[in-house]
Design a binder for this molecule. Structure first.
Ligand code: NDP
Length: 377
């Protein structure tokens, strides 16, 4: 209690008086959908750092990562990031709140927060090492948050941040693309019909790239509607064979992964021209879970190094892993594109807060066509 009083006096410019407890969907152990539990007695987060903002969640969304994390995926590495001093302590992360996207309203700001004020409508991707957005309130650092596009409802806005931050990190940091260098670039996106794919198509088209997409035949209308120039139906036969006679690519963004996709996709890149293969499906967290932190990370590092060297020497292409990275300023740029009508949210399904387990079930079934959103407030 004394900490909370200190926080209120010294850190918070303004926090509306909140209840000490809030509603949230939590898990107390890893497992299948049965481990999800709703509770009204989860402690409302408070502002611990002067740079934090407290957000009242209006809408959240689910990502494949939520399904994996519910089952314990990434537990070891995420715990190391979350609470390094108790990394060996079993179960200290529970009750754990999942949910990586938030659209909501700022209700409190730390004393050093400069870009936000109570009442601001914001959107953000919640890093997987923080308590998630399937709750009434979430706390984030100012640099992770951005003003929500005015043209979107909270439900629409919640479908964007996590896939946007991931796509931007992969396309900008790993693939070296930007709005200023895309006009002569040919990009192949595998898994174009999902969350990351539907966002990446629109971003790359807004930046002027030529975009080819792989997806199921029944998603062709969706991805063409978002701007894809060429579409390959991976269910209709060998993708590499279907793309054999087309011009080579400068970048492949692989949202599907697996040894098979990786093998043929790197072969479609323009050799010795700086072309890059970036996959979002990496073994890093899985290796840390199965082999332990040190060995798992070391094994992943060797794996990445070997593949990078092999592809560079034998094919003249760069091989890279892409990762989500929290980035409020990057979301500011997306906000501008959205409000200019250059990007649309792709919401496939929306569930009320009472039906979070049904939403998990839907995402777990796969075959996403955009995003699954949860209306929280
Ligand atoms: P989604 O589940 O939203 O989308 C996946 C899409 O791929 C679906 O539309 C699916 O539809 C389609 N698909 C499945 N198999 C194939 C195939 N062989 N060829 C082409 N399309 C296929 O996932 P996200 O877009 O959110 O994420 C994509 C991947 O990136 C996931 O594996 C996710 O875990 C990973 N990821 C990694 C991050 C990181 O930090 N490294 C961050 C975010 C995501 P259908 O089956 O009907 O064809």
């Amino acid at each position: 209690a004394s900490c909370s009083v200190w926080c209120r006096r010294h850190l918070c410019v303004s926090v509306r008086r909140l209840q000490d407890s809030m509603s949230a969907w939590v898990i107390d152990q890893y497992g299948t959908n049965e481990v999800l539990r709703v509770s009204d007695e989860i402690m409302t987060p408070t502002i611990h750092l002067a740079t934090e903002v407290l957000i009242k969640v209006e809408a959240a969304s689910l990502n494949p990562l939520d399904i994996s994390m519910r089952g314990g995926y990434g537990a070891k590495l995420l715990k190391l990031r979350r609470e390094p001093l108790s990394v060996m302590q079993k179960g200290s992360e529970f009750p754990l709140i999942l949910g990586r996207d938030v659209s909501g309203v700022v209700v409190g700001c730390g004393s050093q927060v400069t870009h936000f004020a109570p009442g601001d409508e914001v959107w953000a991707a919640v890093p997987p090492w923080k308590q998630g957005s399937l709750a009434e309130y979430v706390t984030l650092n100012e640099y992770e948050v951005s003003h929500k596009p005015k043209s979107l409802s909270h439900t629409e806005a919640a479908s964007v941040p996590y896939v946007a931050a991931t796509a931007l990190s992969a396309l900008v940091n790993a693939a070296g693309l930007s709005r200023d260098n895309c006009s002569d670039k040919r990009v192949l996106i595998t898994g174009g019909s999902g969350g990351v794919g539907t966002f990446s198509i629109q971003l790359l088209k807004a930046w002027g790239a030529h975009v080819t997409v792989t997806c199921s035949g029944n998603a062709e209308g969706l991805v063409r509607g978002l701007g894809a120039d060429e579409v390959v139906d991976y269910t209709a036969g060998d993708v590499a064979a279907q793309l054999e006679s087309t011009e080579k690519f400068d970048v492949v963004l692989d949202n599907v992964g697996g040894g098979d996709t990786e093998r043929w996709a790197v072969g479609l890149l323009r050799p010795w021209s700086g072309a890059k293969y970036v996959t979002l499906v990496t073994p890093l967290l899985h290796n840390a879970d199965s082999a332990g932190l040190l060995e798992g990370v070391a094994r992943s590092g060797c794996n990445l190094h070997n593949k990078a060297m092999q592809n560079l020497v034998s094919r003249g292409v760069f091989y890279r892993w892409g990762f989500f990275a929290p980035d409020g300023p990057a979301l500011d740029e997306v906000s501008v594109l959205v409000d200019a009508g250059k990007m649309l949210p792709v919401v496939q399904a929306c569930f009320p807060f009472s039906q979070v387990p049904q939403a998990f079930q839907k995402v777990e079934q796969g075959h996403a066509r955009g995003k699954t959103v949860i209306r929280v407030a």
